[in-house]
Design a protein around this ligand. Sequence first.
Ligand SMILES: [Zn+2]
Length: 410
Amino acid sequence: MVSGDVLVEEGRIVSVGSSDLSADEVIDCTGCAIVPGLINLHNHVPNTLLRGVADDVPLEEMLPKAAVIDAKLTRRDVQVGALLGCVEMIRSGTTSFHDLFYWEDEVARAVRESGIRGFLSWVTLDESRTTQHGSPLKNADAFVAKQKGDPLVTPSIGVQGVYAASEETCTKAREIADRHQVRLHMHLSETRGEVEHHRKETGHRPIAWLEKIGFLGPGLTAAHCVWVTINEVRTLARHGVSVAHCPVSNMKLASGGVAPVPEMLREGVVVGLGTDSPISNNAMDVFADMKIASLLHKATRWDARAMPAQAVLDLATIGAARALHVDSELGSIEVGKRADLAVVSLQGAHTTPFYPETLISQLVYSCRGSDVRATIVDGQILMADRVVQTVDEAEVVSRAQETARELFEA
Ligand SMILES: [Zn+2]
């Protein structure tokens, strides 16, 4: 931790810790901490419109309930839902998110409009199982070709999961990603049912099967990895696969197990933190999920030292940046990195008293997304004094409310 100013020029951090600097624009951070912008390593942002449609049921019941509304979504709905999600994330200090959905070109539009950074994976799955218009593989291929090279949008190829993607689909998805030199993003070993079903169908658990078909590699980020053995953790480490840990979603859906994150970290797997969908969280406040991640591992291991505050803050910042292979640019406040920052107030009743020595604990155990005063991406101020600068928040919220009501009533 350093005291003093952070100076930003042309989107990059050029000085940290000095206290006698001048600048064209100054944000007063008195009584605040400046933290690296949080990175949400796994979500489905357009699903903000489906928030609350399938609460208090397991994944197997949530998916069909969500699919009924999902089948009615139009391109415009996806754009409206994505913009609402971007506003929610900006308001709670998230500066990057890793999305898995279709019509990601509409999500990209919301990213550019709001100014947040998007790592956007167009999801692929077997044509017989999709609600997408056209071939998911062709759609994903075209999306990546069109969006590559954008300063805020990093496109990639998604795979729904082994329960919805055959060997042929997985292999083709990997080929497209390799051809474009972009990343892969999938759900993996989320529930016991998924693991057992796949073992019965193929004779292999999902990770062994993906290794056999040559799918695993450092370009893959796998969400969940709840039902994995220590040998599977070692397989992930050996292939350089990174993991998006989604504790709130796993707990809400009662997936049953707990992802062995301490073992993943010990074995060298790179891990970040994801909220997962607004259907299964239901918020996208990474502050809340940091605290819950820490508590989950402490509670289930009877070990108050498990997942300490610094470890979970790392998951939400530099860990996620490493997972996406962008840690030379994002994930910490260092000279030369992109200026993706959040300014967090430490002056609330719930964060008082504050001592510099306990800053990391305060951020993880006391702070909430609503304590974020300012959010900055690439040097651009997206929120100042809790007012979103890039889009009209009230208009985004009312349009989303209206769109969601039309979807439910249709
Ligand atoms: Zn998910």
